[in-house]
Design a protein around this ligand. Structure first.
Ligand code: TZP
Ligand code: MG
Length: 238
């Protein structure tokens, strides 16, 4: 008797639980690392406690972007850290990254979903309450809210929100959220205590004298803020 076995085609990668990875989100580029090698910074930052990495190269040919993203992906795989690629869904897919992060002027998240499928992580930048209402209607996985504090890393940044503006957007948005822009060891606690799942940082870690120590200190403060805000909310519920 011939036994027929129905093999369901498995998707190449199961969708990750992004919320758990948003605590300390490192956004990295070669330029942000200055004279240091990007893999040296990644290694120290991951040892320190980074939970997610975004590769954000702005002036790079597509082929070079793919080659670099593939190298970063296989490096991060050793530590079970997911990779998100900035702007380019094509580069993200070809390199085997877990997802893409797009801004308000990039390819629309609905088009990304159509191209990339359900198991792909989509992050969206949100700068205003209107963006937050729109984000709630989209099939996306997380939002990056910012700039929370002044930053020189992003060219032509949108107006600074500060903690009050961040809270206003967090009150609207129903997706997991990270704050981004000017976030350091000194203010990451406030961002998470305000209600964000975590923080996304470039210069605080990439330009730090010691990315390991900075990531470690930030992770401690973020964990403390999560604990304290849960405590605060459980008192409110009583
Ligand atoms: N989006 C909003 S602010 C920003 C991005 C990519 C730059 C954040 O860089 P830094 O160095 O952490 O302020
Ligand atoms: Mg963009």
């Amino acid at each position: 008797m011939i036994r027929l076995v129905c093999l369901k085609k498995k998707s190449k990668m199961a969708k990750i639980d992004i919320k758990n990875h948003l605590k300390l989100y490192l956004v990295i580029s070669r330029a942000a690392c200055g004279k240091r090698d990007i893999f040296e910074v990644l290694h120290s930052a991951i040892r320190g406690g980074v939970t997610l990495v975004q590769l954000r190269e702005k002036h790079i040919d597509a082929r070079e972007y793919v080659a670099l993203a593939k190298k970063v992906k296989s490096f991060l795989d050793k530590y079970n850290i997911p990779l998100i690629v900035n702007d380019r869904v094509d580069v993200a897919l070809v390199s085997g990254a877990h997802g893409v992060h797009v801004g308000q002027e990039d390819i629309h998240p609905t088009d990304v979903r159509r191209i990339a499928g359900n198991d792909f992580i989509i992050g969206l930048s949100v700068n205003t309450p209107e963006h937050a209402y729109e984000a709630n209607e989209l099939d996306i996985d997380y939002v990056g809210i910012g700039p929370v504090f002044p930053t020189t890393t992003k060219k032509d940044p949108k107006p600074t929100l500060f903690i009050d503006g961040l809270k206003q957007i967090l009150n609207i948005v129903k997706k997991p959220a990270v704050g981004i822009g000017g976030i350091t060891e000194d203010n990451c606690y406030d961002v998470v205590f305000a209600g964000a799942e975590g923080v996304a940082v470039v210069s605080a870690i990439c330009s730090s004298k010691d990315p390991y120590i900075t990531a470690f200190n930030m992770k401690q403060k973020i964990d403390k803020a999560i604990y304290k805000s849960r405590l605060k909310n459980s008192y409110k519920e009583r």
